[in-house]
Structure formats: C-alpha cells, structure tokens
Design a protein around this ligand. Structure first.
Ligand code: B12
Ligand code: SF4
Length: 498
C-alpha cells in the first residue's frame, strides 16, 4: 500500500520558520511502525509553508497514495480540513486518516462538517495505525482495532480506547527517517531532529492536553533504543536534537544516567534541547546541570508557567514548581533552577502563561518583568482553551472565552479575557515585552551560529518587528498600538496556508 503521512504547515509566533523548522516526531514513528513492505512517505509541510498546495499536488502525483494520514493540533484544524478537501479533489478514492491531539480530543470535528475523514486514530498511534493498515490490506473488519474510529455505512463507529503502551518491550519500533521526502529541518543554523526517551506525565496541569490524551502515567524507552535513535538522527545529518518527552524530569536519576550514557556513547557532539520542570532542576541541579552540559544540552525549556501563587493554583502547577523540602513559593524553585542552568552555560527558554482568569495588568506585568530579568528566550503564552482540558471548562463556565476561531488558538493569540483585562490588551502587553527579549537573545545566537545570523539577521528582525520596523522601535518613533494592529493583521493573513 502507498501511504503518505503529513504534518500541518501552521506554525506560531515563537517558532519563526526562518530559524526553526522541526520534524513532527509522530510521523516518522508511524512510518517505522507499519509493516516494511508498504511504501511510506513523510512530509512535514512546515518546510514548504508557502507552497502547500503545489507540494501536495506533486506528492499525490508522485506517491499515488492509497491512504493519507494527517497529524493535527487544534490550531491546525482549519488547515487540515482544507487539506482533506484538496486531497479528495486530487485523488477521489484516497482514504484519509487523522491523528494527534486534535482528532483524539475532538473527534466529532472530523466526522461531520465540510471534510469528513475515513479514520480517526485516537491516542497513541503506532499500533492502531499498524493494525488499521493490516486490516485494510486484508480487507478484514475494523471492529477489532482498539483506538480506531471509522466510517461504515454513513455512520461513524468508535471502537474502545487502546490502553497506553509500555515502551520497554520493543513493540513500538524505532522511527523511520528515510521515509521523509522533504528537506530543510533547522534549529538556528543546525539541522535538527526529534527523539523520544519517554512518554507521559504524572502531573495534571489544568492547561495541558496530555492527561486527557493518555492519562497520568510515565513509560520509558530503553537506553539502547534511545542511543540508537540519536545515532540514527545524527547519521541523517542532525546536529541538534530536541528530546520531545512530555516530562523527562519526572525521573531525575534516569535523566542523569541518560546524560552519562550520551557522553559515554560519544553522542555529546550534538546540541540538545529539552523540556524540564523547575522543581526537578532546582532540587537536583547541583549534580544534574553539569552532567547535562557535558552531554551537550544547550537550551532548556522550563515550564515556569507563572510566578504568582494564585495563578499557579489555577494552572494546577504549584507542585511541579515548588522548591522541594522548603515549602517556599514557586518563584523560588524557578530562580534556583535558572541559576543552576546558567551556571553551567545553558540557555533558559521561559515558558510562562499570562492572562489567567483573575489576572490584572499588574500580575501580567510581574510575569513579564520576571521574564525580562531571568529568561534567555521568552516562550510566553496565553491560556488557550484546547478541547477537554480542565482549564477550558473553567474559562467557559466563567464566560471568558471571547474567540472561537480555532486557527487562532496558537498560544500567542489571546482568545480569552480575564475578569479585569481585555484579551487584546493582554496580547498587546505580551507582544510589546517579548520583542525586546527576543532581540536580546540574538547576541547568544551570533556566538553559537555566526554564519546563520549573517545570512538571516534581516529576516529575523523583520519577523520579530513585523508590522513596524526595528529601527523605528529602537528610536522610540513608532506608534506601538498601530504597529500591534498591523502585526495582528499580518498574522491573520499568514494563517491562510492552503
Ligand atoms: C514536542 C512538542 C512541541 C515541539 C515540536 C513540535 C513538532 N514539530 O513535533 C514544539 C516546541 C515546536 C511545539 C510547539 C507547539 N506546540 Co507542542 N508539544 C510538544 C509535546 C511536548 C510532545 C509532542 C511529541 O512530539 N510527542 C511525541 C510523538 C511521537 O507523540 P504525539 O505527537 O502525541 O503523536 C502520537 C499520537 O498523537 C498519534 N498521532 C499523532 N499524529 C498522528 C497522525 C496520524 C495519521 C496517526 C495515525 C496518529 C498520529 O500517534 C503518535 C505516536 O503515538 C506535546 C505534548 C506535551 N506533553 O506537552 C506538545 C503539544 C502537542 N503542543 C501543543 C501546542 C499547543 C503547541 C503550540 C501551538 C504552542 C505551544 N503550546 O507551544 C506550538 C505550535 C507548534 C508549531 N507548529 O508551530 C499542544 C497541543 C494541544 C492541542 N490540543 O492541539 C500539546 C499537546 C501541549 C499542550 N499544551 O497540551 N510543540
Ligand atoms: S508537568 Fe508538563 S507534561 Fe506534565 S501535566 Fe504539567 S504541563 Fe503537562
């Protein structure tokens, strides 16, 4: 069978495609997990953001797919449905499967409406998709494929959920990177890839989709497999690797051992990026941070979420930000974590969420000020009501959701207001502060990737200051409100990918 797997082209503010174009880890994993006699092609459409239609036309012509699989986040739903329409126009008999967070958590969006699909793979996909492909090949029934929803006789059938798979048994095979048919993955001048070492998380932050997606659990791949996967990514050209684990810092001793294993295997010539909890880094930084640095870790995305206790309570993120054993506030765990990372030469990407229901201009400003002072690259978002998260329920009950355009649910568009501040004002405050934090980080990028900056500094500045000009902003000659309005209009136009 010919299978084409695609991820959506939609990107968001903090992932400017001039310097950051990541592969979607789900697709190469799915490609590695169908039986080897199938011909699978993987296409990350973020690599061809402005040529989506032409690329799909070419891929459908070249690959002649019998089955197309789409990986979709919520803010990509509109693009995904348009792509389904396009695929049906290009190849009327093609069968379409969707998977990922949005189809898993809002399957109804894909069964009715303008572009109904044939199959929805809910939750973890490898085994469900493998079994789906086998059943289609054999022409056998689909009712035994756990985790699958499928169309039959005009109606949609939802099979029971598939339980989350333990990862140590080798049943989920390694990714197949040879299936990729588009080139150009990049993280600030280096070819980048993604690798998983574990899946799941046992916390339950109210904004996070992961708990509804797979429950509260934590499963790990063996180090042998992880190291082989890193080696494979390096053999395919990667010089930067993002470990996309949901929460690798749940087991710090294992993480330390992994760093040591990376060093011992000579895989420390790669720049690693990772997501981490502040509490874990604060508590274990003295031993963990130096090991991380020796293994090659360069950027650490810290889930700070917020520096105020009331906000952390709302986000259900107090425990993961608490400085263990001291009973001190979350802010303290954060600064202790940042100090450990900085002491060992790593950069902190600061994940903060501003615009929670009871936020005031002062509470938002307190977080922005913290980011200015402490983080190297800001990753500040607004709370976004993704399907079925606890946070979504609360925002809806309090009547605070002001925007139902899902393509704007990208994290940097404020689609909810607070009890005290309008959504647009929240977004303005974040936008105004973040531009300067991003410029400041360019110095570090120059040091690490001078050639990349030489080639791209104009485009990078133009992206950060779109709607206005860097020079005018620097000289204080711009009308910030007018530039913000133009920036939002540009963002709206950018969202038209197909
Ligand atoms: C790594 C990651 C990123 C990375 C890399 C993204 C990439 N290119 O892959 C970066 C940092 C760039 C990123 C950015 C964003 N992300 Co992100 N990200 C994640 C994270 C941590 C892990 C995803 C991953 O790779 N897992 C490993 C793979 C193997 O698992 P998987 O993706 O779940 O895929 C499995 C199944 O879903 C399924 N599946 C997936 N696709 C398909 C397709 C088919 C056909 C089939 C059959 C099955 C299938 O099978 C796969 C294998 O089991 C998740 C989850 C989390 N804990 O926070 C969030 C998450 C996916 N991100 C999310 C969001 C919102 C974003 C952003 C919009 C904003 C943000 N919060 O940062 C941006 C936008 C990205 C962009 N395109 O510009 C949300 C999605 C919520 C939703 N309902 O849509 C999540 C769930 C986090 C959350 N807030 O809850 N992200
Ligand atoms: S710690 Fe991270 S992965 Fe775990 S629930 Fe919270 S945001 Fe999600």
């Amino acid at each position: 069978m010919n299978i084409l797997l695609v991820s959506m082209p939609d990107s968001f503010e903090h992932m400017p495609t001039v310097g950051i174009r990541m592969p979607n880890g789900a697709l190469s994993s799915l490609a590695g997990n169908v039986d080897p006699h199938h011909r699978v092609a993987v296409a990350d459409l973020v690599l061809v953001q402005r040529e989506v239609r032409a690329t799909l036309e070419r891929l459908v012509r070249d690959q002649q797919p019998d089955l197309v699989g789409l990986s979709i986040m919520t803010f990509q739903r509109k693009t995904a449905l348009r792509i389904v329409e396009l695929l049906r126009a290009l190849r009327p008999d093609v069968r379409v499967a969707v998977g990922g967070y949005d189809p898993s958590l809002a399957p109804e969006a894909y069964t009715d409406g303008p572009a109904p699909v044939d199959f929805i793979v809910r939750g973890e996909g490898e085994l469900t998709f493998r079994e789906l492909v086998r059943a289609l090949e054999r022409g056998s029934g689909l009712d035994g494929v756990a985790g699958l929803s499928y169309r039959m006789g005009g109606a949609f059938h939802h099979n029971p959920d598939r339980s989350v798979h333990g990862l140590a048994d080798g049943e989920i095979r390694p990714p197949n990177r040879d299936a990729r048919v588009l080139q150009g993955y990049e993280f600030l001048g280096r070819q980048v890839d993604v690798v998983e070492t574990s899946r799941g998380c046992t916390f339950d932050c109210s904004f996070c989709s992961i708990i509804e997606m797979r429950g509260r659990n934590f499963h790990t791949f063996t180090f042998d497999r992880v190291l082989a996967d890193i080696r494979d990514a390096r053999d395919h050209g990667a010089r930067a690797i993002f470990l996309v684990d949901d929460n690798i810092t749940l087991n710090v001793r294992r993480f330390e051992a992994l760093c040591q294993a990376i060093i011992d295997a000579g895989l420390d010539d790669i720049d690693y990026l990772v997501q981490a909890m502040t509490s874990a880094i604060a508590a274990h930084g003295a031993t963990l941070a130096p090991l991380m640095r020796r293994a090659g870790f360069r950027y650490v995305f810290l889930g700070i979420e917020n520096i105020l206790d009331d906000d952390l309570r709302f986000l259900r993120a107090r425990a993961k930000n608490a400085l263990r054993g001291s009973g001190q506030s979350a802010g303290n765990a954060t600064t202790a974590a940042i100090e450990h990372l900085h002491r060992h030469g790593m950069y902190v990407v600061g994940g903060l969420i501003v615009g929670n229901p009871d936020d005031t201009p002062a509470s938002i400003e307190a977080n922005l000020e913290f980011a200015r002072r402490w983080v190297d690259y800001p990753y500040i978002q607004h709370p976004t009501p993704y399907p079925r998260t606890p946070m979504t329920r609360e925002f809806r009950e309090r009547g605070l959701v002001i925007n139902e355009n899902l393509e704007e649910y990208d994290g940097t568009t404020a689609v909810v207001r607070t009890e005290h501040v309008a959504a647009e004002e929240i977004e303005f405050l974040r936008w105004r502060a973040e531009r300067w934090m991003k410029v400041r980080h360019m110095r570090a990028v120059v040091k690490a990737s001078p050639r990349f900056v030489l080639r791209n500094w104009r485009t990078m500045l133009a992206h950060t200051f779109r709607g206005g000009s860097f020079l005018k902003a620097l000289l204080g000659l711009e009308d910030e409100r007018a530039v913000f309005a133009r920036y939002r209009a540009i963002r709206k136009r950018e969202r038209e990918y197909v």
